[in-house]
Design a protein around this ligand. Structure first.
Ligand code: COA
Length: 163
């Protein structure tokens, strides 16, 4: 009886999370528009306050918004500087109160679809001390690999997906 009640509560909370994620919208944005650039910069500051903001002028960028039209996440995709048929998931973030609802995975999937539409054959990315991102990448079919010339700091994990 006790376990049944707990499991019902868990199911309800799962359902509520699922519904709230379904209400989030993810849009490919015009990163050359000044207002959009400001929104991406604010999201970078909020999600990654200790990191130097990534230059959002190149590549493709998506912004996620809540049902109330508040920005709650972002993701970027650029062409790899090493391999021409390959994209690089350059940066992503989800604001703290929207985390844990699968939004990062959705932001990965839109970029996978874009990379396929661009005719790229591979996607690569890296993580550093970030189990949540690593788990999202695994859930989206990425595998770890060892690049011949690693580009990240010591401890960086490298990920790729064949499209
Ligand atoms: C990393 C980040 C994008 C995750 O966003 P999110 O929308 O909460 O992620 P998701 O809900 O799609 O999934 C996260 C996955 O990691 C798991 N996870 C979350 N926190 C975890 C932790 N501390 N340790 C291990 N796994 C964790 C979740 O269970 C989920 O896996 P699952 O689907 O198998 O259950 C968000 O925490 C963030 O913006 N962090 C700061 C910025 C950052 O690190 N950006 C990425 C590098 S540029």
């Amino acid at each position: 009886m006790y376990y049944g009640a707990a499991s019902n509560a868990n199911n309800t909370s799962q359902l509520m999370k699922q519904r709230s994620t379904n209400m989030l919208k993810i849009k490919l944005v015009n990163n050359h528009n000044l207002q959009v650039a400001d929104r991406l910069l604010s999201l970078q500051h909020e999600c990654l306050p200790y990191d130097k903001p990534y230059n959002t002028l190149s590549g493709y960028w998506w912004i996620a918004t809540t049902a109330d039209n508040v920005d709650c996440g972002f993701g970027g995709l650029v062409n790899s500087v090493r391999w021409s048929d390959c994209g690089y998931l350059c940066r992503a973030g989800v604001v703290p109160n929207s985390r844990g609802r699968g939004l990062q995975k959705k932001l990965i999937r839109v970029r996978v679809n874009k990379a396929k539409a661009l005719g790229w054959n591979w996607l690569v990315t890296d993580t550093h001390d970030n189990p949540a991102s690593a788990n999202s990448l695994i859930a989206c079919g990425f595998k770890m690999f060892e690049p011949s010339s690693p580009w990240g700091a010591r401890g960086t994990l490298y990920w790729r997906k064949k499209l």
